[in-house]
Design a protein around this ligand. Sequence first.
Ligand code: NAP
Ligand code: F7E
Length: 340
Amino acid sequence: MRKAIVTGAAGQDGSYLCELLLDKGYEVHGIVRRTSSGGETRLTHLEHDPNASGRFFLHHGDQLDTGRLVQLLSKVEPDEFYNLAAQSHVRVSFEIPESTVDVTGVAPLRALESIRLLGLETRFYQASSSEMFGSTNPPQNELSPLHPRSPYACAKVLAHHLTVNYRESYGLHAVSGILFNHESPRRGENFVTRKITKAVSAIVRGEQQHLFLGNLDAKRDWGFAGDYVEAMWRMLQADSPDDFVVATGEAFSVQQFCDLAFGHVGLKWQDYVRYDARFERPAEVDHLLGDASKAKAILDWTPTVSFEELVTRMVDADLQSSDKSVVDLTTEHNDAHSHS
Ligand code: NAP
Ligand code: F7E
Protein backbone atom coordinates (compact mmCIF):
# COMPACT_ATOMS: atom_id res chain seq x y z
CA MET A 1 0.00 0.00 0.00
CA ARG A 2 1.40 3.42 -0.94
CA LYS A 3 1.87 5.81 1.96
CA ALA A 4 1.56 9.60 1.98
CA ILE A 5 2.14 12.34 4.52
CA VAL A 6 0.06 15.51 4.12
CA THR A 7 0.97 18.62 6.11
CA GLY A 8 -1.84 21.16 6.55
CA ALA A 9 -4.27 18.22 6.40
CA ALA A 10 -6.98 20.21 8.17
CA GLY A 11 -6.88 23.01 5.60
CA GLN A 12 -9.11 23.30 2.55
CA ASP A 13 -6.72 21.49 0.19
CA GLY A 14 -5.51 19.08 2.86
CA SER A 15 -9.01 17.74 3.41
CA TYR A 16 -9.67 17.24 -0.32
CA LEU A 17 -6.24 15.68 -0.84
CA CYS A 18 -6.66 13.23 2.06
CA GLU A 19 -9.99 12.18 0.54
CA LEU A 20 -8.45 11.71 -2.89
CA LEU A 21 -5.52 9.66 -1.60
CA LEU A 22 -7.79 7.46 0.50
CA ASP A 23 -9.99 6.88 -2.56
CA LYS A 24 -6.89 5.80 -4.44
CA GLY A 25 -6.06 3.22 -1.76
CA TYR A 26 -3.23 5.05 0.04
CA GLU A 27 -2.40 4.91 3.72
CA VAL A 28 -2.67 8.60 4.63
CA HIS A 29 -0.92 10.39 7.48
CA GLY A 30 -2.17 13.92 8.03
CA ILE A 31 -0.23 16.39 10.18
CA VAL A 32 -2.35 18.91 12.09
CA ARG A 33 -1.71 21.44 14.82
CA ARG A 34 -3.28 20.63 18.13
CA THR A 35 -5.12 23.95 18.00
CA SER A 36 -6.12 23.52 14.37
CA SER A 37 -9.22 25.45 13.40
CA GLY A 38 -10.19 23.22 10.48
CA GLY A 39 -9.78 19.67 11.77
CA GLU A 40 -13.12 19.54 13.50
CA THR A 41 -15.08 20.54 10.44
CA ARG A 42 -13.04 19.37 7.46
CA LEU A 43 -11.74 15.94 8.51
CA THR A 44 -14.33 14.44 10.86
CA HIS A 45 -16.13 12.67 8.01
CA LEU A 46 -12.89 10.86 7.08
CA GLU A 47 -12.13 9.84 10.65
CA HIS A 48 -15.52 8.08 10.74
CA ASP A 49 -15.39 6.66 7.21
CA PRO A 50 -15.30 2.83 7.32
CA ASN A 51 -13.53 2.77 3.95
CA ALA A 52 -10.65 4.72 5.49
CA SER A 53 -10.49 2.61 8.61
CA GLY A 54 -6.93 1.55 9.45
CA ARG A 55 -5.57 3.74 6.63
CA PHE A 56 -6.13 7.28 7.90
CA PHE A 57 -4.01 8.66 10.72
CA LEU A 58 -3.82 12.16 12.12
CA HIS A 59 -0.66 13.26 13.92
CA HIS A 60 -0.07 16.42 15.87
CA GLY A 61 2.78 18.45 14.47
CA ASP A 62 3.93 21.95 13.68
CA GLN A 63 5.82 23.31 10.70
CA LEU A 64 8.32 24.77 13.16
CA ASP A 65 9.13 21.45 14.81
CA THR A 66 11.86 19.63 12.87
CA GLY A 67 12.23 16.86 15.47
CA ARG A 68 8.60 15.85 15.11
CA LEU A 69 8.92 15.91 11.34
CA VAL A 70 11.98 13.66 11.39
CA GLN A 71 10.21 11.29 13.78
CA LEU A 72 7.15 10.99 11.52
CA LEU A 73 9.21 10.66 8.35
CA SER A 74 11.32 7.86 9.89
CA LYS A 75 8.27 6.06 11.23
CA VAL A 76 6.06 6.29 8.14
CA GLU A 77 8.73 6.28 5.39
CA PRO A 78 6.17 7.76 2.99
CA ASP A 79 6.23 7.30 -0.78
CA GLU A 80 4.86 10.82 -1.14
CA PHE A 81 5.02 13.96 1.00
CA TYR A 82 2.64 16.83 0.27
CA ASN A 83 3.69 20.07 1.94
CA LEU A 84 0.45 22.06 2.16
CA ALA A 85 0.76 23.70 5.59
CA ALA A 86 1.25 27.46 5.51
CA GLN A 87 0.16 30.75 6.95
CA SER A 88 -1.77 31.19 3.72
CA HIS A 89 -3.53 34.56 4.12
CA VAL A 90 -1.82 37.25 2.05
CA ARG A 91 -3.02 40.31 3.98
CA VAL A 92 -2.34 38.68 7.35
CA SER A 93 1.24 38.10 6.16
CA PHE A 94 1.80 41.87 6.26
CA GLU A 95 0.86 41.80 9.96
CA ILE A 96 2.97 38.77 10.90
CA PRO A 97 5.71 38.69 8.25
CA GLU A 98 8.37 36.94 10.29
CA SER A 99 6.30 33.96 11.39
CA THR A 100 4.78 33.76 7.90
CA VAL A 101 8.22 33.43 6.32
CA ASP A 102 9.19 30.81 8.90
CA VAL A 103 6.06 28.66 8.50
CA THR A 104 5.50 29.21 4.78
CA GLY A 105 9.03 29.74 3.45
CA VAL A 106 11.55 28.01 5.75
CA ALA A 107 9.48 24.99 6.84
CA PRO A 108 9.64 23.40 3.36
CA LEU A 109 13.43 23.47 3.74
CA ARG A 110 13.07 21.51 7.00
CA ALA A 111 11.11 18.85 5.13
CA LEU A 112 13.44 18.71 2.11
CA GLU A 113 16.55 18.53 4.29
CA SER A 114 15.00 15.87 6.53
CA ILE A 115 14.06 13.69 3.54
CA ARG A 116 17.59 14.11 2.16
CA LEU A 117 19.40 13.36 5.43
CA LEU A 118 17.21 10.34 6.18
CA GLY A 119 18.01 9.00 2.70
CA LEU A 120 14.33 8.44 1.87
CA GLU A 121 13.03 7.90 -1.67
CA THR A 122 10.01 10.07 -0.82
CA ARG A 123 8.55 12.20 -3.61
CA PHE A 124 8.01 15.78 -2.39
CA TYR A 125 5.25 18.21 -3.42
CA GLN A 126 5.54 21.91 -2.56
CA ALA A 127 2.35 24.01 -2.57
CA SER A 128 3.59 27.01 -4.52
CA SER A 129 1.35 29.87 -5.47
CA SER A 130 0.40 32.23 -8.29
CA GLU A 131 1.04 35.00 -5.75
CA MET A 132 4.72 34.50 -6.64
CA PHE A 133 4.00 36.22 -9.98
CA GLY A 134 2.63 39.28 -8.18
CA SER A 135 2.85 42.19 -10.59
CA THR A 136 4.03 40.19 -13.61
CA ASN A 137 1.73 40.81 -16.58
CA PRO A 138 -0.87 38.10 -17.33
CA PRO A 139 -1.10 35.43 -18.57
CA GLN A 140 1.47 33.76 -16.30
CA ASN A 141 3.09 30.38 -16.93
CA GLU A 142 6.09 28.41 -15.58
CA LEU A 143 8.52 30.72 -17.42
CA SER A 144 7.02 34.03 -16.26
CA PRO A 145 9.19 36.23 -14.01
CA LEU A 146 8.46 36.15 -10.29
CA HIS A 147 7.66 39.49 -8.64
CA PRO A 148 6.19 38.78 -5.20
CA ARG A 149 4.13 41.55 -3.58
CA SER A 150 3.71 40.35 0.03
CA PRO A 151 5.68 38.56 2.74
CA TYR A 152 3.52 35.50 1.97
CA ALA A 153 4.51 35.59 -1.69
CA CYS A 154 8.19 36.16 -0.82
CA ALA A 155 8.06 33.10 1.44
CA LYS A 156 6.51 31.02 -1.36
CA VAL A 157 9.25 32.17 -3.76
CA LEU A 158 11.89 31.02 -1.26
CA ALA A 159 10.23 27.62 -0.88
CA HIS A 160 9.80 27.28 -4.65
CA HIS A 161 13.48 27.93 -5.32
CA LEU A 162 14.53 25.57 -2.52
CA THR A 163 12.37 22.82 -4.03
CA VAL A 164 13.98 23.31 -7.44
CA ASN A 165 17.42 23.53 -5.82
CA TYR A 166 17.03 20.25 -3.91
CA ARG A 167 15.93 18.58 -7.12
CA GLU A 168 18.92 19.93 -9.04
CA SER A 169 21.50 19.52 -6.26
CA TYR A 170 20.57 16.18 -4.71
CA GLY A 171 18.30 14.53 -7.27
CA LEU A 172 15.29 14.61 -4.94
CA HIS A 173 12.00 13.92 -6.70
CA ALA A 174 10.76 17.37 -5.69
CA VAL A 175 7.92 19.14 -7.50
CA SER A 176 6.59 22.68 -7.24
CA GLY A 177 2.91 23.09 -8.09
CA ILE A 178 2.19 26.73 -8.91
CA LEU A 179 -1.51 26.83 -8.22
CA PHE A 180 -3.76 29.77 -8.96
CA ASN A 181 -6.63 30.56 -6.57
CA HIS A 182 -8.86 27.61 -5.87
CA GLU A 183 -11.98 27.66 -3.76
CA SER A 184 -14.76 25.44 -2.45
CA PRO A 185 -17.41 25.34 0.26
CA ARG A 186 -14.50 24.38 2.57
CA ARG A 187 -12.56 27.57 1.83
CA GLY A 188 -11.41 29.49 4.92
CA GLU A 189 -13.92 32.16 5.83
CA ASN A 190 -11.51 35.10 5.59
CA PHE A 191 -10.71 34.60 1.91
CA VAL A 192 -12.79 36.85 -0.28
CA THR A 193 -14.86 34.18 -2.08
CA ARG A 194 -16.07 32.44 1.06
CA LYS A 195 -16.47 35.74 2.86
CA ILE A 196 -18.88 36.76 0.09
CA THR A 197 -20.83 33.48 -0.09
CA LYS A 198 -21.09 33.30 3.69
CA ALA A 199 -22.40 36.87 3.77
CA VAL A 200 -24.95 36.17 1.03
CA SER A 201 -26.39 33.32 3.07
CA ALA A 202 -26.39 35.39 6.28
CA ILE A 203 -28.13 38.26 4.47
CA VAL A 204 -30.77 35.89 3.07
CA ARG A 205 -31.36 34.58 6.61
CA GLY A 206 -31.70 38.13 7.90
CA GLU A 207 -28.64 37.75 10.15
CA GLN A 208 -26.43 40.32 8.42
CA GLN A 209 -27.13 43.64 6.69
CA HIS A 210 -23.93 44.58 4.94
CA LEU A 211 -20.71 43.07 3.64
CA PHE A 212 -17.54 45.10 4.05
CA LEU A 213 -14.90 44.52 1.37
CA GLY A 214 -11.68 46.11 0.14
CA ASN A 215 -10.54 46.24 -3.50
CA LEU A 216 -13.29 45.01 -5.83
CA ASP A 217 -11.21 45.44 -9.00
CA ALA A 218 -8.60 42.74 -8.38
CA LYS A 219 -8.88 39.89 -10.87
CA ARG A 220 -8.23 36.27 -10.01
CA ASP A 221 -8.21 32.97 -11.89
CA TRP A 222 -10.54 30.99 -9.61
CA GLY A 223 -10.88 27.20 -9.87
CA PHE A 224 -12.35 24.40 -7.75
CA ALA A 225 -10.08 22.95 -5.03
CA GLY A 226 -11.18 19.37 -5.74
CA ASP A 227 -9.81 19.64 -9.29
CA TYR A 228 -6.55 21.15 -8.02
CA VAL A 229 -5.66 18.35 -5.58
CA GLU A 230 -6.03 15.92 -8.49
CA ALA A 231 -3.36 17.98 -10.28
CA MET A 232 -1.09 17.75 -7.20
CA TRP A 233 -1.36 13.98 -7.22
CA ARG A 234 -0.75 13.75 -10.97
CA MET A 235 2.40 15.85 -10.59
CA LEU A 236 3.89 13.31 -8.20
CA GLN A 237 2.99 10.38 -10.51
CA ALA A 238 4.91 11.84 -13.48
CA ASP A 239 8.15 10.01 -14.32
CA SER A 240 10.36 13.04 -13.81
CA PRO A 241 9.93 15.88 -11.31
CA ASP A 242 9.02 19.27 -12.75
CA ASP A 243 7.09 22.46 -12.00
CA PHE A 244 3.55 23.07 -13.21
CA VAL A 245 1.10 25.95 -13.32
CA VAL A 246 -2.46 24.89 -12.46
CA ALA A 247 -5.22 27.32 -13.45
CA THR A 248 -8.48 27.64 -15.39
CA GLY A 249 -7.27 30.22 -17.94
CA GLU A 250 -10.08 32.64 -17.08
CA ALA A 251 -9.99 35.57 -14.68
CA PHE A 252 -12.81 37.50 -13.02
CA SER A 253 -12.89 40.48 -10.67
CA VAL A 254 -14.03 40.43 -7.05
CA GLN A 255 -16.95 42.58 -8.21
CA GLN A 256 -17.95 39.95 -10.79
CA PHE A 257 -17.84 37.32 -8.03
CA CYS A 258 -20.18 39.50 -5.94
CA ASP A 259 -22.47 40.03 -8.91
CA LEU A 260 -22.90 36.28 -9.46
CA ALA A 261 -23.13 35.33 -5.78
CA PHE A 262 -25.77 37.93 -4.88
CA GLY A 263 -27.51 37.44 -8.26
CA HIS A 264 -27.89 33.72 -7.52
CA VAL A 265 -30.32 34.56 -4.69
CA GLY A 266 -32.02 37.41 -6.58
CA LEU A 267 -30.17 40.24 -4.84
CA LYS A 268 -28.06 43.14 -6.16
CA TRP A 269 -24.61 43.32 -4.60
CA GLN A 270 -24.67 47.13 -4.76
CA ASP A 271 -27.39 47.14 -2.09
CA TYR A 272 -25.23 45.31 0.45
CA VAL A 273 -21.52 45.68 -0.26
CA ARG A 274 -19.72 48.55 1.48
CA TYR A 275 -16.11 49.63 1.10
CA ASP A 276 -13.75 49.19 4.03
CA ALA A 277 -10.11 50.27 3.65
CA ARG A 278 -9.02 47.80 6.33
CA PHE A 279 -9.28 45.03 3.77
CA GLU A 280 -6.87 46.67 1.32
CA ARG A 281 -3.25 45.43 1.24
CA PRO A 282 -0.10 47.59 1.34
CA ALA A 283 0.71 46.19 -2.11
CA GLU A 284 -2.02 44.58 -4.23
CA VAL A 285 -1.78 41.90 -6.89
CA ASP A 286 -4.05 43.23 -9.63
CA HIS A 287 -4.42 40.50 -12.19
CA LEU A 288 -3.61 36.79 -12.05
CA LEU A 289 -4.49 34.66 -15.05
CA GLY A 290 -2.84 31.29 -15.47
CA ASP A 291 -1.73 29.42 -18.56
CA ALA A 292 -1.88 25.73 -17.62
CA SER A 293 -0.99 24.34 -21.07
CA LYS A 294 1.98 22.40 -19.66
CA ALA A 295 -0.20 20.63 -17.05
CA LYS A 296 -2.68 19.77 -19.80
CA ALA A 297 0.01 18.46 -22.15
CA ILE A 298 2.05 16.44 -19.65
CA LEU A 299 -0.41 15.55 -16.88
CA ASP A 300 -3.57 15.51 -19.02
CA TRP A 301 -5.11 17.78 -16.38
CA THR A 302 -8.01 20.14 -17.07
CA PRO A 303 -10.40 21.88 -14.69
CA THR A 304 -13.95 20.48 -14.55
CA VAL A 305 -15.82 23.25 -12.70
CA SER A 306 -16.62 26.61 -14.34
CA PHE A 307 -16.48 29.92 -12.49
CA GLU A 308 -20.29 30.21 -12.49
CA GLU A 309 -20.67 26.66 -11.17
CA LEU A 310 -18.09 27.31 -8.45
CA VAL A 311 -19.85 30.45 -7.22
CA THR A 312 -23.30 28.87 -7.16
CA ARG A 313 -22.00 25.71 -5.43
CA MET A 314 -20.41 27.84 -2.71
CA VAL A 315 -23.51 29.98 -2.19
CA ASP A 316 -25.77 26.91 -2.13
CA ALA A 317 -23.54 25.15 0.39
CA ASP A 318 -23.59 28.15 2.72
CA LEU A 319 -27.35 28.48 2.33
CA GLN A 320 -27.80 24.82 3.23
CA SER A 321 -25.46 24.92 6.19
CA SER A 322 -27.34 25.42 9.41
CA ASP A 323 -24.20 25.14 11.50
CA LYS A 324 -23.53 28.59 12.86
CA SER A 325 -20.88 27.36 15.23
CA VAL A 326 -18.13 27.66 12.61
CA VAL A 327 -19.15 31.14 11.51
CA ASP A 328 -17.19 33.25 13.91
CA LEU A 329 -13.75 31.67 13.76
CA THR A 330 -12.75 34.65 11.65
CA THR A 331 -15.05 37.56 11.80
CA GLU A 332 -14.09 39.32 8.60
CA HIS A 333 -17.51 38.74 7.13
CA ASN A 334 -19.48 40.32 9.94
CA ASP A 335 -20.88 43.80 10.20
CA ALA A 336 -19.02 44.17 13.46
CA HIS A 337 -15.65 45.75 12.73
CA SER A 338 -13.05 43.28 13.79
CA HIS A 339 -9.57 42.34 12.71
CA SER A 340 -8.60 40.05 9.81
P1 NAP B 1 -5.43 26.65 4.37
O1 NAP B 1 -6.86 26.24 4.30
O2 NAP B 1 -5.06 27.93 5.02
O3 NAP B 1 -4.62 25.45 5.03
C1 NAP B 1 -3.32 25.62 5.50
C2 NAP B 1 -3.13 24.69 6.68
O4 NAP B 1 -1.81 24.91 7.21
C3 NAP B 1 -4.12 24.92 7.81
O5 NAP B 1 -4.77 23.72 8.11
C4 NAP B 1 -3.22 25.36 8.97
O6 NAP B 1 -3.60 24.78 10.18
C5 NAP B 1 -1.89 24.76 8.60
N1 NAP B 1 -0.82 25.45 9.30
C6 NAP B 1 -0.59 26.79 9.39
N2 NAP B 1 0.48 27.03 10.18
C7 NAP B 1 0.94 25.82 10.59
C8 NAP B 1 2.00 25.41 11.42
N3 NAP B 1 2.83 26.29 11.99
N4 NAP B 1 2.19 24.09 11.63
C9 NAP B 1 1.35 23.17 11.08
N5 NAP B 1 0.31 23.50 10.29
C10 NAP B 1 0.11 24.81 10.05
O7 NAP B 1 -4.82 26.72 2.90
P2 NAP B 1 -5.27 25.98 1.56
O8 NAP B 1 -6.13 26.91 0.79
O9 NAP B 1 -5.73 24.63 1.88
O10 NAP B 1 -3.88 25.93 0.78
C11 NAP B 1 -3.00 24.83 0.94
C12 NAP B 1 -1.60 25.26 0.54
O11 NAP B 1 -1.61 25.71 -0.81
C13 NAP B 1 -1.03 26.41 1.36
O12 NAP B 1 0.36 26.21 1.45
C14 NAP B 1 -1.31 27.63 0.51
O13 NAP B 1 -0.39 28.65 0.80
C15 NAP B 1 -1.15 27.05 -0.87
N6 NAP B 1 -1.91 27.66 -1.94
C16 NAP B 1 -3.25 27.84 -1.81
C17 NAP B 1 -3.97 28.36 -2.86
C18 NAP B 1 -5.46 28.54 -2.79
O14 NAP B 1 -6.00 29.29 -3.61
N7 NAP B 1 -6.15 27.87 -1.89
C19 NAP B 1 -3.31 28.69 -4.06
C20 NAP B 1 -1.94 28.48 -4.16
C21 NAP B 1 -1.25 27.94 -3.10
P3 NAP B 1 -4.59 25.47 11.23
O15 NAP B 1 -5.91 24.85 10.95
O16 NAP B 1 -3.97 25.01 12.51
O17 NAP B 1 -4.53 26.92 11.03
O1 F7E C 1 -8.08 37.83 -1.93
C1 F7E C 1 -9.42 41.16 -2.63
C2 F7E C 1 -7.98 41.07 -2.21
O2 F7E C 1 -7.64 36.78 0.30
C3 F7E C 1 -8.43 37.86 -3.29
C4 F7E C 1 -4.67 32.46 -0.94
O3 F7E C 1 -5.22 31.18 -1.03
O4 F7E C 1 -4.83 32.75 -3.31
C5 F7E C 1 -5.22 33.32 -2.07
O5 F7E C 1 -4.70 34.62 -1.94
C6 F7E C 1 -8.59 39.31 -3.74
C7 F7E C 1 -7.42 40.22 -3.33
O6 F7E C 1 -6.98 35.58 -1.83
C8 F7E C 1 -11.39 41.61 0.38
O7 F7E C 1 -7.39 42.36 -2.09
C9 F7E C 1 -11.22 42.55 -1.56
O8 F7E C 1 -7.06 41.02 -4.41
O9 F7E C 1 -9.34 35.73 -1.26
P1 F7E C 1 -8.07 36.45 -1.09
P2 F7E C 1 -5.52 35.91 -2.40
O10 F7E C 1 -4.92 37.08 -1.75
O11 F7E C 1 -5.64 35.94 -3.89
C10 F7E C 1 -3.42 32.65 -3.52
C11 F7E C 1 -3.19 32.00 -4.87
C12 F7E C 1 -2.71 32.00 -2.40
O12 F7E C 1 -1.68 31.36 -2.60
C13 F7E C 1 -3.15 32.37 -1.03
O13 F7E C 1 -2.72 31.39 -0.09
O14 F7E C 1 -9.72 39.85 -3.10
N1 F7E C 1 -10.34 41.53 -1.54
N2 F7E C 1 -11.86 42.63 -0.39
C14 F7E C 1 -10.42 40.91 -0.35
N3 F7E C 1 -9.79 39.82 0.15
C15 F7E C 1 -10.11 39.42 1.41
N4 F7E C 1 -9.50 38.33 1.94
N5 F7E C 1 -11.03 40.10 2.17
C16 F7E C 1 -11.71 41.20 1.69
O15 F7E C 1 -12.53 41.79 2.37
